[in-house]
Design a binder for this molecule. Sequence first.
Ligand code: ADP
Ligand code: 5GP
Length: 200
Amino acid sequence: MSEGILLVLSAPSGCGKTTILKQVMAELPGLVFSVSHTTREPRAGEQDGQDYHFVDHQRFKSIRDQHPSGFLEWAEVHGNYYGTSRQDVEERRAEGKDVVLDIDIQGAEQIRKSAAPVTVFIAPPSLEELERRLRGRGTESEESLEIRLANAAREMKAAASYQYLIVNDLLPVAVRSLQSIIIAERCRGRRDLSGSPLYL
Ligand code: ADP
Ligand code: 5GP
């Protein structure tokens, strides 16, 4: 069986990446979300093992220091640590599943060096709209909000290093764009829309 795609998605916080991804995954079969480990506190409604593996600093360090490395990539983002389990990703790809990584620009840089990912950057229509969305979500303290907005301008500069760019203005358009990218990449790998190998 051919190995699944490694899809790397990055966006400034509050841009709508989680919203887009949930819709895409609900409609397109064969995609697996890579659940990251993080030292950040869970938000209301977030579930351990589903949104993230919520761990303390000690546990994060012990995974990071496993040899060969327990993390495919890891980074400090907005003052917290985040990492992607190497074993989870490799096992799912070996099963032929397309694995989606929702990771920041530092993590994407690391993955580019060790694998051949499909990379997608999602940008907000403007920084003003990004702030409206982040405030509207109501999950961040004023301090966390300031950090995320300050980092957004820097993160946007990395957009040029990604293969695809989606501006999340109208949500259905952004959802369709991401679905189209995944379907096109499956066709490149001689697989059908659901990710199964074609007969020729
Ligand atoms: P991220 O995962 O990138 O941090 P979220 O998916 O949590 O962002 O979205 C941030 C907020 O913006 C949420 O309240 C979400 O409902 C809203 N949102 C997402 N996409 C759009 C859009 N296209 N237009 C308006 N609001 C949006
Ligand atoms: P949030 O705290 O809003 O869920 O995520 C903050 C940022 O961390 C986002 O840019 C998100 O993509 C990134 N992130 C989430 N998981 C990982 C990971 O495993 N590795 C890296 N490098 N970044 C991650």
